[in-house]
Design a protein around this ligand. Structure first.
Ligand SMILES: C[S@@+](CC[C@H](N)C(=O)[O-])C[C@H]1O[C@@H](n2cnc3c(N)ncnc32)[C@H](O)[C@@H]1O
Length: 264
């Protein structure tokens, strides 16, 4: 995949968004809920990991689903961890990077990760790390975003100034190929389109900022955004308007993979 923002910037952006995130995370709640529903029915982990836990909503959900298990939550953003820790769910909240986990081999039976891994440039490394920390027979369940996500915003900016103002996303086919090569056995890999609607563009961009998910690409133009460019952007986005409002499309991928019991 092409360049992604610097990890320190990602961590700082999500840390800043920790207090506002839960108020606008409607899509993130829905997607994480779907991912929970996709866990194998017979899964009974003794230890689970919530990877990219954010404010810890799904750490608390996992604790509810597996009350006898011991939970660990990892995120790259210290600000998110500070927010999540007092709310509980996991036994420990630890700073770490999905591409290089600060965890022992085979230390858990479930790695759960909702809408965090699209921030990792090296998805092969993420899969290798998940495989390493999973015990044989353990499950990696993740949701992430594919190409086509926020396409309306990308196309509108493109019409205005040709710059990359929207974070880049991997293709579904790349997720498929990387999962197939990971040494994990795919139980499910599927795609789902979700479309949110907004009365105006200001509300969409404000929400992306509150989520910490606004554009952090290295190629983004610096400096202030001029009033004329914003007006041009609003005009370009209006071409997409539907009866329900301005659409913002998300292409979500769900993956459930198992570490083979033997030889894996
Ligand atoms: C959109 S939030 C999702 C949070 C939570 N999983 C949820 O569904 O509400 C993405 C989270 O991934 C974290 N993140 C981004 N890159 C990461 C990385 N390389 N390693 C660990 N966490 C990362 C961010 O700090 C942020 O808290």
């Amino acid at each position: 995949m092409s360049e992604l923002p610097d990890k320190r910037q990602v961590a700082a952006s999500f840390s800043r968004a920790a207090a506002s995130y839960d108020g606008v995370a409607e899509l993130q709640r829905a997607v994480g809920g779907e991912l929970l529903a996709r866990l194998p029915a017979d899964l009974a982990p003794r230890r689970w990991l919530d990877l990219g836990c954010g404010t810890g909503h799904f750490s608390r959900a996992l604790a509810g689903r597996f009350p006898a298990a011991c939970g660990l939550a990892v995120d790259i953003a210290e600000g998110m961890l500070r927010h999540a820790r007092p709310l509980g769910g996991a036994r420990q909240f630890v700073a770490g990077d999905a591409e290089c986990l600060p965890l022992r081999d085979g230390c858990c039976e479930l790695v759960f990760s909702s809408l965090a891994l699209q921030w990792c440039a090296d998805f092969a490394a993420v899969l290798a790390e998940a495989r390493r920390v999973l015990a044989p027979g353990g499950v990696l369940a993740f949701s992430s975003l594919c190409v086509g996500t926020l396409q309306e915003l990308r196309d509108s900016w493109q019409a205005v100034d040709g710059f990359t103002h929207v974070n880049r996303f991997r293709r579904f086919e790349d997720y498929q190929a990387l999962c197939a090569a990971s040494g994990l056995e795919p139980l499910e890999l599927s795609r789902q389109m979700r479309v949110l609607h907004y009365p105006d563009l200001r509300l969409l961009t404000r929400e992306l900022k509150a989520l910490g998910a606004h554009n952090l690409n290295p190629g983004r133009p610096g400096g202030l955004t001029g009033r004329a460019r914003i007006q041009a952007l609003i005009g370009a986005y209006e071409r997409f308007r539907e009866p329900a409002g301005l659409p913002a499309t998300y292409q979500v991928i769900y993956g459930v993979l198992r570490r083979p019991v033997s030889g894996g």
